[in-house]
Design a protein around this ligand. Structure first.
Ligand code: DP6
Length: 322
């Protein structure tokens, strides 16, 4: 038995669409930052007396799709570890599930790290990222620390994630404007499958390598102006693909667009802030730490904003109870 903690992450260059759905091999490379303090904690107990896997999520016993997805991932771990024992899994998030704060990333990173540690196996970080990827693509990026890149490749072993900078490399924070706590209707896994039905996906993917390089350089140079430009553009491109997929996927709510407008306005007034959105309506306002207080106060002043969460760059996934 072992417990692991993994932070959620926010993508600056987005993962949207797979070249291989089963292996979750993405069509383009992506970059993210782990969200310190927004995490999943997962305990895995491989127990020979069990006759099936079971899952407790935030204190509730799960069956159906949630349990099936965990079982499929436990099968991956069982195959890698060379045994067939069932597991009891207990997992809890300390942030709203299913509302654009990547809960599956934290969950599958923690499940992978806890599951392998509970079996007494010590795998390389690189291999852990590829195993986590099979559970949820973005989970690969929650395994390494700080700022992370995830390589796009044709082979399982080559599509891994690695840290490009430690959490303390750049003092930026994610100030998240929560405008809805509802579970989203269409999850990312379904969305990835429909990405190719948008005429815009080919264009988005064609430019992704170049945006990836610009974003990585902006992080390494701590160049907020260049960073803001590429991050907003990449998020807009992904949402343009979502909205033009068949059937279309609209993740924005009216307050989402209002906040995006405000963020651009605040930047023109001198605040170092930009926005990015995952598959949900909440707005991730990425700011230089010195401007985070001003941004969060302005967000809190809006009646559309239900809650404001603040996350600095976070650690990679860790075993907390061996
Ligand atoms: C919009 O990793 O949640 O957040 O592999 O099907 O679990 P699955 O998808 P997931 O997709 C994340 C999509 C995104 C962008 C990103 O995090 O890069």
């Amino acid at each position: 038995m072992a417990t692991a903690r993994a932070n959620a992450n926010i993508a600056f260059i987005k993962y949207w669409g797979n070249r291989d759905e089963r292996l979750r091999l993405p069509v383009n490379p992506s970059i993210s930052m782990n969200l310190g303090g927004l995490y999943a904690e997962t305990t895995v107990d491989w127990d020979r007396t069990l006759i099936s896997d079971s899952l407790g999520l935030n204190g509730r016993e799960e069956s159906g799709a949630a349990l099936d997805r965990v079982t499929i991932h436990l099968n991956v771990l069982r195959e890698r570890l060379g045994f067939s024992t069932y597991a009891r899994v207990e997992s809890a998030n300390n942030f709203p599930t299913g509302a654009g704060i990547a809960s599956s990333a934290a969950a599958f990173a923690a499940l992978t790290v806890a599951g392998t540690a509970a079996a007494g196996a010590s795998l390389s970080e690189r291999e852990l990222t590829t195993l986590a990827r099979l559970g949820s693509g973005s989970a690969s990026r929650s395994v390494p620390t700080g700022f992370v890149e995830w390589h796009a490749a044709d082979q399982h072993e080559a599509s891994y994630a690695e840290s490009i900078a430690a959490p303390d490399y750049w003092d930026i924070v994610d100030v998240i404007a929560v405008v809805s706590k509802k579970h989203k209707d269409v999850g990312s896994s379904t969305g990835h499958k429909s990405a190719n039905t948008s005429d815009l996906q080919t264009a988005r993917v064609a430019g992704a390598g170049e945006r990836f390089t610009r974003c990585k350089q902006a992080i390494l140079n701590r160049d907020f102006t260049a960073f803001a430009e590429v991050v907003e553009h990449d998020s807009n491109l992904m949402h343009a693909v979502m909205m033009t997929s068949r059937p279309p996927l609209f993740y924005w709510l009216p307050p989402t667009l209002a906040i995006m407008d405000n963020v651009r306005q605040w930047r023109s007034e001198g605040l170092r802030v930009c926005y990015t959105l995952d598959a949900g309506p909440n707005v991730h306002c990425i700011c230089v730490r010195d401007d985070a207080y001003a941004v969060s106060e302005r967000l809190r002043a809006s009646s559309d904003v239900l809650d404001v969460l603040v996350a600095p760059p976070g650690d990679g996934a860790k075993v907390i109870v061996p």
